[in-house]
Ligand binder design. Structure first.
Ligand code: NAD
Ligand code: UGA
Length: 442
């Protein structure tokens, strides 16, 4: 059992802290958002994440997990201090490291030689060389004689399946220039069966940016192939299957759609572009990854305009507000961007999402969108249906009911999540990404 503190109790901090407690460590989660901490202390979970609530409840009850605003006490009582605060993008695409700097300064002032050895672990996604700056801060602002090392331990969890990703990761990456700190990390991760990749500090930081950018590149690649498929009358799902069975390529992250969104890929691709440029080694390939991602939504809307002509005053239903399935997170959601664009063109939009109705409404503040409680009332009076998020429950919808409710028999699937046969059997025209339009069967 190790004594751990996690500074920043958001998606990453809360799920990581909970999973560390689940494998037997004693974890104190710290946040400076009083409302969040009080809610967690009262057993209210601030995010929608499958399996998380149950694990929090059982680990709090077992005395292994607690929540506080008192960073001083957490630092005093913990051997290892994880930093999991936001690293949002700035206007120029660079990463805002002020949260990391601020926590590093606070920790530096709190640790004393009497506390003994402390390891500071960066879990936030940061540009290469951030860890060495954190070490400088610790050396500059701590009292003399403190014994401290810095580690980079990037996180690869996906929202919507964060608990499973944390408890069963593909690999664990830890980077440090201190052998002693790496030994501490081995002990923390000893209960996990995943292979551990041990690197120097800078390489671990780079692995995170490079991994996210590579996944974003896979998505933009298949979306480019989808555009060719549309022009050639081929089927991108068949192409993805055919190339994905090559073990060197793999089928994962070859789902064509409206493009990637979320709080990570857009900012991390930008962040990697920026730091590479600063280092004089531009990652020019990533500019095209971004361009393709931007074009995806524009191409999709053009196809709808081709059919409907002017979108002003058209009643349009959109299923999906979250940036992906199994989450209520709408940060950089492509579906929200789509709805805003439809509204800007004068369309009358209604929307439904299984989990993101509240967060979606907040993101659409100022836009006149009717967010409904169930998927079918969203369709009342609508001329066409657009799928913006890949929720599995959309594929299980009753398309005869959909067909009865829609004024025109038109379904545009921006995530290739529906079964075309079910849609067309209900008398609906089915448009998707990178595949031929399927006409109604009856
Ligand atoms: P988040 O916004 O959900 O949570 C961050 C938390 O930090 C918030 O609760 C905030 O109140 C708190 N905080 C900010 N400043 C603080 C301070 N000085 N002291 C204490 N708490 C403070 O962010 P997130 O999604 O958890 O992301 C955190 C980092 O992890 C980012 O660098 C992100 O890129 C990275 N990451 C995110 C994911 C993901 O799926 N969300 C996955 C892997 C990595
Ligand atoms: C992503 C990575 O998958 C995680 O490994 C990483 O830890 C995380 O970013 C992060 O650094 O924060 P996440 O953003 O939660 O995780 O979700 P993904 O499942 O990767 O989806 C991201 C976006 O890509 C979504 O908008 C999704 O719809 C889209 N996507 C994903 C596609 O369009 N096609 C695909 O094949 C896969």
């Amino acid at each position: 059992m190790m004594k751990l503190a996690i500074i920043g109790t958001g998606y990453v901090g809360l799920t990581t802290g909970t999973c560390f407690a689940e494998v037997g460590h004693r974890v104190i989660c710290v946040d400076n958002n009083a409302q969040k901490v009080v809610a967690l202390q009262q057993g209210e979970i601030p995010i929608f994440e499958p399996e998380l609530e149950q694990l929090i409840v059982s680990n709090v009850a077992a005395g292994r997990l607690s929540f506080t605003m008192d960073i001083a006490e957490a630092v005093r009582l913990s051997d290892v201090i994880f930093i999991a605060v936001p690293t949002p993008p700035l206007e120029d695409g660079s990463v805002d490291l002020s949260y990391i700097e601020s926590v590093s300064c606070t920790v530096a002032e709190l640790i004393t030689p009497e506390m003994g050895y402390r390891v500071i672990v960066d879990k936030s996604t940061v540009p290469v060389s951030t860890g060495s700056k954190v070490l400088q801060v610790l050396q500059r602002y701590s009292s003399s004689g403190v014994d401290v090392d810095v580690v980079s331990n990037p996180e690869f969890l996906r929202e919507g399946c964060a608990v499973d990703d944390l408890l069963n990761p593909d690999r664990i990456v830890v980077g440090s220039d201190s052998a002693r700190a790496l030994d501490v990390m081995r002990r923390i991760y000893q209960p996990f069966s995943a292979p551990m990749v041990e690197t120097d500090l800078a390489s671990a930081e780079l692995i995170k940016h490079a991994a996210n950018s590579f996944l974003a590149m896979k998505i933009s690649y298949i979306n480019s192939v989808a555009a060719v498929c549309e022009a050639a009358g081929a089927d991108v799902e068949q192409v993805a299957l055919g190339i994905g069975m090559d073990k060197r390529i793999q089928r994962h992250f070859l789902n064509a759609g409206l493009g990637y969104g979320g709080s990570c890929f857009p900012k991390d691709v930008k962040g990697f572009i920026h730091v590479a440029e600063q280092l004089g080694s531009p990652m020019t390939i990533l500019h095209e990854v971004e361009n393709v991602n931007e074009r995806q939504l524009a191409r999709f809307l053009n196809r709808i305009r081709e059919k409907m002509w002017i979108l002003g005053h058209k009643r349009i239903a959109v299923w999906g507000l979250a940036f992906k399935q199994n989450t209520d997170d709408v940060r950089e959601s492509v579906s929200i961007k789509l709805i805003k664009q439809l509204c800007d063109e004068g369309a009358i939009v209604s929307a439904y999402d299984p989990a993101a109705r509240i967060t979606g409404a907040a993101a659409l503040e100022g836009y006149d969108v009717n967010i409904t409680e169930d998927m079918y009332s969203c369709l009342k009076g609508a001329e066409l249906l657009i799928i913006g998020t890949e929720w599995k429950e959309f594929a299980q919808a009753n398309f005869s009911r959909v067909s009865e409710l829609l004024h025109l028999p038109l379904v545009y699937d921006g995530r290739n999540i529906l079964h075309g046969e079910n849609v067309t059997a209900a008398g609906l025209e089915y448009h998707s990404i990178g595949r031929k339009t399927m006409m109604p069967k009856s």
